[in-house]
Write a protein that binds this ligand. Structure first.
Ligand SMILES: CC(C)(COP(=O)(O)OP(=O)(O)OC[C@H]1O[C@@H](n2cnc3c(N)ncnc32)[C@H](O)[C@@H]1OP(=O)(O)O)[C@@H](O)C(=O)NCCC(=O)NCCS
Length: 186
């Protein structure tokens, strides 16, 4: 049973001209197409989804995370198609904080879509979940993601050096944070 009493699945959220919704088995090909791309997962804590079995396992971990209340991952749907996901991870009710993450399929980059989706998840985190703080960590080379976080009002809080070993390289992480009292929809 989900600890936030969300019922059997995540509620759908409305973005600007798009919807954030619970992911289902029918979305496996879309998830595979987004997350098998090395350019998409290059700076994410996600291994490329190279096989259907890996995608099924990924979807299963999203479901388990929901039931535990530790990870909420919405599919971003636009014109009937899943184009990316937005995630609250490491949800910590005691300290009222979580980590936010987002990704779009490569062909959907550069259109401002993520900035139309993520505010709905931030509203949900600070509203329905009553969280106090959202964090994000980003590789310093991930300029688009840094820009997105800054446009949403996240503040730069520091640099964690060489903290991830991912896809054959050691990566740094810039730390960002947004407090509930500073949240102001762009
Ligand atoms: C991060 C991501 C979702 C951004 O989506 P996007 O559609 O490319 O972003 P947008 O088009 O809304 O651009 C956001 C801002 O970044 C800027 N930007 C985009 N690419 C950039 C680049 N390579 N260098 C510098 N700035 C860049 C844009 O100009 C825009 O700023 P502006 O509105 O001031 O012009 C997308 O790049 C992605 O899915 N990346 C892979 C997954 C990932 O790394 N997720 C984050 C892990 S924390």
């Amino acid at each position: 049973m989900n600890p936030d009493e969300l019922g059997a699945r995540l509620p759908s959220l409305e973005g600007e001209g798009l919807q954030l919704r619970w992911l289902i088995g029918r979305d496996l090909p879309a998830l595979e197409s987004i997350f098998s791309d090395r350019d998409v997962v290059r700076y994410m804590a996600t291994e490329p989804l190279d096989t259907r079995a890996a995608s099924e396992c990924y979807l299963q971990s999203i479901r388990e995370g929901f039931l535990e209340g530790s990870l909420y991952q919405w599919g971003i749907e636009r014109a009937g198609q899943i184009v990316g996901t937005c995630t609250l991870a490491a949800i910590d009710r005691d300290n009222r904080c979580a980590e936010i993450g987002f990704a779009l399929g490569r062909q959907h980059w550069g259109r401002g879509l993520v900035l139309r989706a993520v505010p709905a998840v931030i509203d949900f985190a600070f509203g329905r979940l009553k969280l106090h703080r959202l964090g994000a960590d980003v590789d310093p080379r991930n300029s688009a993601s840094i820009r997105v976080l800054e446009k949403l009002g996240f503040q730069r809080e520091g640099l964690r050096r060489e903290c991830y070993f991912h896809l054959g390289e050691i990566q740094d992480a810039l730390l960002f944070g947004l407090l509930q009292r500073d949240w102001c929809r762009p």
